[in-house]
Write a protein that binds this ligand. Structure first.
Ligand code: ADP
Ligand code: ZN
Length: 291
């Protein structure tokens, strides 16, 4: 039996499952203070016989195993969680191997193993929710780099009719600042799920997300791009993004996937809302097998 934790800024989901990605049991806790939330996580795993645990965490996180702050949530603006040793806290109480990566890298791993990118050696998983983040598999391996990619904060060209200033505390009108769920809510003074009928909302949104997707195609050349998170529950965004990406590429990258198959190239998560948790099971397995 393997353990999985999807550690989110809104909620933590703990799960038990097997190496085939089947989730047998799960429980969610809202993300409050580290003491309270991690206490609930520890209690969930305490009497369960898991061989290893995988954590896919909100970030930024320190993923450098040689660093003294490996396993920390680092510069998050989220109250109480700045410089918090999430991995160490769990290790204090649960004595099994524990794998640690970003929530979006875990989701990318799950999707590449069992979901929309099954059988492919590269993909990008982008979540568009409370924030925007992305994880990538490149040549069969998770992409880490200097720290880990922060693709949600790329600069974007403004839609000429969009008057909203943006709300990223670091960059104001980066992608996350203009296109994450809270930006939609502030721009239109209403929650995204009430705005389904307003075409301009989704035209702006697709314009920004298509720029991000186009950059990803140029920089990483992934074999599949998976768009998940709460905002992507608005399924009408997909054809709008397909059209915008097609216009932005303007025929430059001549691959069938992008020319005739773009609706199968930019897709919803195959594992639905389970991508992150299933991926965390794989992080556990990799840690156990020292992969
Ligand atoms: P988190 O990012 O916290 O893990 P979600 O991926 O569910 O959680 O994202 C939450 C954000 O997505 C909120 O800003 C919410 O308003 C927005 N959202 C959730 N459901 C919808 C929907 N059906 N349509 C548009 N926006 C949505
Ligand atoms: Zn930003």
């Amino acid at each position: 039996m393997l353990g999985a934790i999807e550690a989110g800024g809104t909620k933590f989901v703990c799960g038990l499952g097997n190496e085939h990605g089947e989730i047998i049991e799960r429980e969610s806790f809202s993300t409050t203070t580290p003491d309270e939330t991690m206490g609930q996580v520890v209690r969930f795993f305490e009497n369960k016989k898991v061989e290893a645990i995988g954590i896919g965490s909100f970030g930024p996180v320190d993923l450098n195993k040689k660093s003294p702050t490996y396993g920390y949530v680092t510069t998050t603006p989220k109250p109480h969680w700045n410089q918090y040793p999430i991995l160490q806290e769990l290790q204090k109480h649960i004595h099994v191997p524990i794998g640690f990566d970003t929530d979006v890298n875990a989701a990318a791993l799950g999707e590449a193993q069992w979901g929309a990118a099954k059988g492919l050696d590269s993909c990008v998983y982008v979540t568009i929710g409370t924030g925007i983040g992305a994880g990538a598999i490149v040549e069969g391996k998770l992409l880490h780099g200097l720290l880990h990619p922060e693709m949600g904060h790329i600069p974007v060209k403004r839609h000429p009719e969009d008057k909203y200033a943006g709300n990223c505390p670091y960059h104001q009108d980066c992608l996350e600042g203009v296109a994450a769920g809270p930006a939609i809510e502030k721009r239109w003074s209403q929650k995204g799920h009430n705005l389904q009928q307003n075409d301009q909302v989704w035209e702006f949104e697709a314009y920004y997300l298509a720029q991000a997707v186009t950059h990803l195609i140029y920089i990483l050349s992934p074999k599949k791009i998976i768009l998940g998170g709460g905002v992507m529950k608005q399924k009408q965004l997909f054809p709008l993004i397909h059209d915008q990406v097609t216009q932005m590429l303007n025929g430059y990258v001549q691959m069938d996937e992008l020319v005739s198959g773009i609706d199968r190239y930019i897709v919803s998560p195959g594992l639905g809302d389970n991508a992150g948790l299933s991926g965390a099971l794989l992080l556990a397995k990799h840690e156990l097998l020292q992969l």
